[in-house]
Design a binder for this molecule. Structure first.
Ligand SMILES: *Cc1c(COP(=O)(O)O)cnc(C)c1O
Length: 366
């Protein structure tokens, strides 16, 4: 039996998702825009997101093969790039069977790749070969002084299919000199090997048009959230997720009373409180400080007291009208997830990806 009692949900606006994709694709129109849908599409439900985008995109990207198989099992047939490459040698056979492109970043993966090629003589190389180069993030990728040796191990046919990739460490910082330094390192290799390249994540797409290249890798901005702060004037992105929950209790406390675990918040006036059915077990950050805004009936109420596992309390003394059952928005089109992130000492990416399994992702139409 499928029955929903608690109405806490992440409402997912797939029309907004498609619009965001089309907008970003249009500002980098000479590049192919890869939709990055790792981590369950940043908490938005990768299957729903993939089905909504599959008519518009030629490539999805995820972190590892398991995430890609989830999509194949749900009938998604689009080509998928595996950003962290193979975790096991057996991943090559799976990748071939399911049309995944493994982004190779280390020598052990090249060794697996060569032995896989030897074992499967009938292999037809129809896929591009994605290699990751470390231009300064120092996390994944071949060192620049080693890449010649790596490429020399590839066949002529494989070299002809080469796509060199790298990743920005500071693309969101417009006055950093690092992004263009990273880009020029990658471009020098691209010129040498006459190959395709992919450098830009969302912040790279928005801040560094020189980096668009053959493929961009669009993550955060696809979900309507800017990686470069407020872009309401420059980039018309629409938040795809609205995290919402309902008010399940209303009561008044006297001046001097405390609220919630640890008694960390004390009323400095007689205060009307609403208790909302969402907590840290749902992915609402336990760190959210007093004052974190919650949107109720067109107005904003501040969080007071500590976030519990299943509930939060907000001060509704100054709100015109609040009733049991009313819906509260924790973040979405009215409350910027960036503001919630600031109040919680974290970033928008973490909040999105930590919305827990307990919260149903419900597709809405606008
Ligand atoms: C996650 C990821 C992206 C997407 O980054 P956003 O900042 O979300 O756009 C791009 N490239 C790689 C390698 C990634 O891991």
């Amino acid at each position: 039996m499928s029955y929903i009692s608690r109405l806490t949900q992440a409402a997912i606006d797939l029309d907004a998702l498609v619009k965001n994709y089309q907008y970003i694709d249009s500002i980098s129109d000479t590049s192919n825009t890869i939709a990055v849908i790792k981590a369950d599409a940043y908490g938005h439900d990768s299957i729903k997101v993939a089905h909504a985008l599959q008519d518009y995109v030629s490539h999805f990207a995820v972190g590892f093969i398991d995430e890609a198989l989830t999509l194949r099992n749900a009938g998604v047939t689009t080509k998928i790039i595996i950003l962290e490459g193979p975790f096991k040698e057996a991943d090559f056979a799976i990748a071939q069977e399911h049309n995944f492109s493994l982004m190779l970043h280390s020598d052990y993966q090249i060794d697996w790749f060569k032995s896989f090629n030897l074992a499967t003589t009938a292999t037809q190389l129809t896929n591009e070969l994605w290699l990751k180069v470390d231009t300064g993030m120092n996390r994944l990728g071949f060192q620049i002084n080693h890449i010649d040796q790596v490429i020399s191990q590839l066949s002529i046919e494989q070299q002809a299919q080469l796509v060199l990739c790298s990743h920005f460490s500071t693309a969101e910082q417009l006055n950093s000199s690092k992004p263009l330094a990273q880009l020029s390192k990658l471009k020098a290799l691209v010129a040498k090997y006459h190959c395709k390249f992919s450098m830009a994540n969302s912040a790279g797409i928005l801040n560094w048009p020189q980096s668009h290249g053959d493929y961009t890798r669009l993550g955060l901005a696809l979900y309507g959230i800017s990686p470069i702060g407020d872009t309401s004037t420059s980039a018309p992105l629409i938040p795809v997720m609205t995290l919402q929950a309902n008010i399940i209790a209303i009561h008044t406390v006297k001046i001097g009373d405390t609220v919630g675990y640890g008694d960390i918040w004390q009323a400095n006036r007689d205060t009307k409180l609403a208790t909302i059915a969402i907590g840290y077990a749902d992915g609402y950050p336990r760190n959210a400080k007093a004052g974190t805004p919650v949107f109720i009936n067109g107005e904003v109420a501040p969080v007071v007291g500590r976030v519990s596992m299943d509930m939060i309390t907000v001060d509704i003394t100054d709100l015109a009208s609040v009733n049991i059952g009313d819906t509260a928005e924790l973040w979405g089109k009215n409350i910027s997830i960036d503001v919630v992130a600031q109040y919680s000492d974290t970033i928008n990416y973490e909040l999105l990806t930590r919305v827990s399994k307990r919260v149903p992702k419900i597709v809405i139409t606008t």
